[in-house]
Design a protein around this ligand. Structure first.
Ligand SMILES: NC(=O)c1ccc[n+]([C@@H]2O[C@H](COP(=O)([O-])OP(=O)(O)OC[C@H]3O[C@@H](n4cnc5c(N)ncnc54)[C@H](O)[C@@H]3O)[C@@H](O)[C@H]2O)c1
Ligand SMILES: [Zn+2]
Length: 356
């Protein structure tokens, strides 16, 4: 069943549409949003091979003048150098502030394209078409856009809300299992922090095929949870922090493994380890970590503390840009479906040395 939700952010409000097969009907939906015929599409070569032609064809058929810009897949494309090349291509296309920028791809394309849309001519209209599960439930919602520096990820960025987000879950069929499961880590995160019902749904479904049978509902529930946090805290100063459940440790694991573990895998380990620690210190209801472990394992997500030295982990957590001045706002679970902020210091992780 098609779903729609509205993000209420004053003049930055917009709709998120979720519907299987939506891509086929994209052009007519864009007609309602677009003041001119010019549409600049940013995508990566993998997504372009799969969906580029069909999107371009439909836009042409609807009378638009599209131009596509294809970048290499992967995190390295989220760079200022890449952004500069895109600015030039947009100028060459004579883009004005009425023209539309369309992102067609995963979180890399969404973040890069969003960054370019926010900065070109001080902002052009943006429509996001996320094509990975991670992008559909997480990165396309909330308006964070950024590029990386060699010093770290997402160091140059801003908040820039799109005019609309169009989610077609059918494009997930071409996603590798690894990328699918990567997104499932974030889905599980939402269930953990806010909606135990999401976890119950996942526990009843077996395998990717059954998940795809209820994918519209699952994506909708995740987007609703993210919407709630974003609406209350658009610029990420307070409550939105709960969305970082598993991410303090996750980011540290990701960078210490030199990105050998994917984001989803790292967050899965982060969520599991922090939930076990939460139980140890008496904040998390006993049994929660066991339930989480079962669910993560069913998506082939790792949940053992990786063989990384505990001291190194603490050092990486200290370096994280989110952890100012030695004080940590750690997200713990009270129980499945309810998270809380726990003010502590990096020393909280000293007990991790035991599993190094
Ligand atoms: N802005 C935010 O709030 C936010 C939140 C979370 C993550 N992120 C960012 O998102 C990025 C990760 O996103 P990602 O996991 O989507 O990675 P990604 O964009 O690199 O996509 C992963 C791979 O899947 C391929 N792909 C995309 N759609 C496909 C499809 N339908 N079928 C087959 N292959 C497909 C891509 O070509 C790529 O090789 C990171 O840069 C991260 O920082 C941003
Ligand atoms: Zn994440």
């Amino acid at each position: 069943m098609a779903k729609k939700l509205q993000l209420e952010l004053g003049k930055n409000s917009y709709e998120i549409h979720i519907e299987k097969g939506l891509l086929g009907d994209l052009a007519s939906r864009l007609r309602k949003l677009c003041k001119t015929n010019k549409i600049f599409i940013i995508t990566d070569s993998v997504v372009d091979d799969l969906y580029g032609d069909i999107v371009l064809y439909r836009l042409l058929k609807e009378g638009f003048t599209p131009r596509r810009c294809v970048v290499a897949p992967g995190e390295r494309s989220k760079s200022l150098e890449q952004a500069e090349k895109i600015y030039s291509a947009m100028a060459d296309f004579n883009m004005t502030r009425d023209s539309l920028l369309l992102t067609l791809g995963g979180g890399v394309i969404g973040d890069l394209g969003g960054f370019v849309a926010a900065t070109y001519m001080r902002g052009v209209p943006l429509v996001q078409i996320p094509t990975t599960l991670l992008a559909q439930v997480d990165s396309s919602v909330g308006g964070k856009v950024a590029v990386n520096l060699q010093y770290g990820k997402n160091l140059v960025g801003l908040f820039y809300q799109p005019s609309a987000v169009f989610i077609d879950p059918l494009v997930l069929n071409t996603l590798s299992d690894k990328n699918f499961n990567n997104g499932m880590a974030e889905v599980i995160k939402y269930g953990c922090i806010k909606d135990e019902g999401v976890l119950s749904i996942l526990e009843k479904l077996h395998g990717r095929e059954q998940i795809m049978g209820r994918i519209e509902e699952i994506i909708f529930l995740c987007c609703c949870i993210k919407r709630e946090f974003v609406e209350r805290d658009e610029r990420d100063n307070g409550e939105r922090m709960l969305l970082n459940f598993g991410h303090t440790l996750g980011h540290a694991i990701e960078s210490l493994s030199c990105y050998g573990y994917s984001h989803g895998e790292s967050v899965a380990m982060g969520m599991q380890v922090i939930t076990e620690l939460g139980e140890d210190v008496g904040i998390t209801e006993p049994g929660t970590s066991g339930r989480l472990k079962k669910l993560l394992s069913s998506f082939d997500l790792p949940c053992q503390c990786p063989a990384i030295n505990g001291e190194d982990l603490c050092e990486a957590i200290r370096r994280d840009k989110k952890n100012r001045g030695g004080e940590l706002n750690l997200v713990l679970l009270r129980r499945a479906g309810k998270a809380c902020l726990h003010k502590t210091s990096v020393n909280f992780f000293d007990r991790l040395a035991k599993c190094a």
